[in-house]
Ligand binder design. Structure first.
Ligand code: MG
Length: 385
């Protein structure tokens, strides 16, 4: 039985009616979608955004997130987040926020699962290398790369290149490029950006404590963490150091999610938006620095920026992170130059696209798809380790 052959008497749940009943007027309703570049029949019981989500999860780029760096690599142990587990934390937070704000949870889930698929091996460290190597040829940016994966590089269906996702999904990814090529973001897009920030601010702090790069006491110098700890202490009294740390991390997520939902809902109600188009039009109308409708209160945003400055200095640029990063970056650059000199060694699809997009771009596409692990193995194979 194919997906469209339904048993006699089976009445598929109507996703349009479900969305009408559950979503706020400011949400993006799938029935109003601008559709796909290659038109396809509507699925009998999955909404267009549910299909988009499934296409992302079944993509090769998504699976490879399991072996791509978030901040720390396999050399740092196995407690910390990978790019995949980061993505799953973002997705859960984003879904909670979407439900609280009566937004389209299916669309938000898709955007969250897809938001980091364009990251090369080594995360931002790999992105810096490729951006430098391609600086005269359009550069390299993980958000633009995600769009390239969605529209061109994933080869899953005989009828079209890429994943043929709904235009709202492509547009949300174009928003993240921040080059002005996209229309003002839907609220669903704003939710995913906020969830990304809540997730990494908190889990990077947690991973850094586990790895001994910072202590909870040092983090308590920051107001956001100190206030979370005060609430934990008040609620639980005295805890073991390990229990207190876990409770503080949990409280940090919970506070940011609840505060963001509360503040954003108050903004949404004051704007009385009647449609997703109204929601787009409301973007940028707030006070300077408050362009987004889905936003924390200014004091919380400021406290998050302080935490981010601390993480930047003490974690992202720590000796232990740089000691792993620098040689890995060098391997990525060496492998790039090797493939540019030996384009015949590229897999068939990349060789073919080199004719259309140039050798450098196709080599970058291939390297960006590699996991941290494959980069090591392939470097050893091509350049002797
Ligand atoms: Mg992310």
């Amino acid at each position: 039985m194919s997906g469209s052959d339904l048993p006699a008497g089976f009445q598929p749940p109507d996703w349009r009616a479900r969305e009408t009943a559950l979503l706020a007027p400011w949400a993006m309703h799938a029935a109003d979608s601008a559709g796909r570049v290659h038109p396809e029949p509507v699925h009998p019981f999955r909404s267009p955004y549910q299909r988009d989500r499934d296409r992302i999860v079944h993509s090769a780029a998504f699976r490879r997130l399991a072996h791509k760096t978030q901040v720390f690599t396999g050399y740092h142990g196995d407690y910390h987040r990978s790019r995949l587990t980061h993505t799953l934390e973002v997705t859960n937070i984003a879904r909670t926020l979407a439900r609280a704000l009566a937004l389209n949870e299916d669309l938000v889930e898709t955007l969250a699962l897809a938001h980091d698929i364009g990251h090369p091996p080594l995360g931002h460290a790999g992105e810096d290398v490729l951006a430098d190597l391609l600086r005269d040829e359009g550069g390299f940016n993980h958000n633009a790369q995600a769009l390239r994966i969605m529209e061109l590089l994933e080869s899953r269906y005989p009828e079209f290149p890429g994943l043929n996702l709904s235009r709202e999904v492509l547009e949300a990814q174009a928003v993240r490029k921040k080059d002005g090529s996209a229309p003002p973001p839907l609220l669903e897009t704003q939710v995913v950006d906020a969830a990304d920030s809540i997730a990494y601010d908190t889990h990077d702090a947690d991973d850094a404590i586990e790895l001994g790069l910072v202590t909870l006491d040092e983090l308590l110098e920051l107001p956001l963490v100190a206030e979370a700890a005060a609430r934990v202490d008040k609620r639980f009294g005295s805890l073991t150091a390990a229990d207190r740390r876990r409770a503080v991390i949990h409280e940090l997520v919970d506070f940011q999610v609840a505060e963001l939902a509360r503040t954003s809902l108050a903004t949404l109600r004051s704007l009385s938006l009647g449609s997703a188009a109204d929601a787009r039009a409301a973007f940028g109308t707030g006070a300077p620095g408050r362009r987004r409708v889905v936003a924390h209160a200014p004091a919380v945003s400021a406290a998050k920026r302080e935490l981010e400055r601390f993480l930047f200095e003490r974690v992202y640029r720590s000796d232990r992170v740089l000691a792993v990063r620098d040689p890995a970056q060098q391997k990525l650059a060496e492998l790039f130059r090797w493939y540019v000199a030996h384009p015949d060694a590229l897999p068939e699809g990349y060789r073919r696209r080199a004719d259309a997009f140039g050798v450098s771009r196709s080599v970058a596409d291939y390297l960006a798809g590699m996991t941290d692990r494959f980069l090591e193995t392939d470097h050893a194979r091509r350049l002797g380790g």
